[in-house]
Design a protein. Structure first.
Length: 105
C-alpha cells in the first residue's frame, strides 16, 4: 500500500479555496465575461447592462476582488474593474491539471 503524506500550506490552501469559490458561481462568471468583453468598465454599467441589482453586483465584485480575479480602481465617484488575467490563467491551469490527474486515477 502506498502511503502519502499530507502536507498543505494552509495559507495557500485557503486562498485556493476562495479563488475557486469566487469562480464557481454562474453570475460571477457572467460578470467576468462581461468585463472581459469590455476591458475596463465601471460597476454602474455592469449592473445596468446585466440587469442585476447594484448591491448584488457589488457583493459579487467584492468576492472576485478579494480572490484577486478582478482589479478595482476608484476614479472619482466611480469604481472601474478589469480582469487580472494572470490569476485566471493560473486557476485555469490548476483546474485542468487536477482534472487530467483525475482521469489517470
Amino acid at each position: 500500500m502506498n502511503k502519502t503524506q499530507v502536507r498543505f500550506n494552509n495559507e495557500k490552501l485557503q486562498y485556493s479555496a476562495a479563488l475557486i469559490k469566487a469562480l464557481a458561481h454562474p453570475l460571477r462568471l457572467k460578470i467576468l465575461e462581461f468585463i472581459d468583453s469590455q476591458g475596463i468598465i465601471n460597476v454602474n454599467k455592469i449592473y445596468h447592462t446585466l440587469k442585476i441589482e447594484q448591491s448584488v453586483t457589488s457583493q459579487h465584485l467584492r468576492l472576485l476582488r478579494l480572490a484577486g480575479v478582478v482589479n478595482a480602481k476608484k476614479d472619482g465617484k466611480y469604481v472601474h474593474y478589469d480582469i487580472n488575467y494572470p490569476i485566471l490563467q493560473k486557476a485555469e491551469r490548476a483546474v485542468n491539471n487536477f482534472l487530467a490527474l483525475e482521469k489517470k486515477v
